[in-house]
Design a protein around this ligand. Structure first.
Ligand code: DQA
Length: 154
């Protein structure tokens, strides 16, 4: 029997490489490296590990979702602008069987109308928006809860 996957894949879409510098009044001053470190600490404290990735290219995010099918318990994803445009990322997530939590740093529902709809939300088991970068740690915490429940269920 193969061991249960213990990786959380955390994916970040376009422009999030500029986190901390990009519109800090909306997205804050923490960098993506800060977010990665906080997620790693939270996951490791609960016995899981993370794979933390960012791309400005849709196809790369899709390929990483396919990789997660092989080795990840769950996916945390901030698809950034692709949330509002990408049926391809939704389709990729629909091939993944584990839990998916969608994160938005800002509250997309309080912003322009074109941000109110997310294709990814049609697949996400949970959605966190408007909690700043803390939303990522909240998503990891949710993954730990789901992992414990799955482990208990055997
Ligand atoms: C975002 C919200 C999106 O509308 C936007 O395109 C982003 C970031 C957020 O984290 O608040 O790039 O996903």
């Amino acid at each position: 029997m193969t061991a249960a996957p213990t990786i959380i894949t955390i994916l970040n879409g376009p422009n999030l490489n500029l986190l901390g510098k990009r519109q800090p009044e909306i997205y804050g001053r923490e960098t993506l490296a800060d977010v990665e470190a906080a997620c790693r600490d939270a996951a490791e404290a609960g016995g899981l590990s993370i794979r933390f990735l960012q791309s400005n290219a849709e196809h790369e995010i899709i390929d990483w979702i396919h990789e997660a099918r092989e080795d990840s318990f769950g996916i945390v994803i901030n698809p950034a602008a692709y949330s509002h445009t990408s049926v391809a990322i939704l389709d990729a997530l629909n091939t993944f069987e584990g839990p998916v939590v969608e994160v938005h740093i800002s509250n997309i529902h309080k912003r322009e109308a074109f941000r109110h709809h997310s294709y990814v939300s049609q697949r996400a088991d949970g959605v966190i928006a408007g909690c700043g970068t803390q939303g990522y740690v909240l998503a990891v915490s949710r993954m730990l809860t789901l992992f414990e429940a799955a482990s208990r269920a055997g």
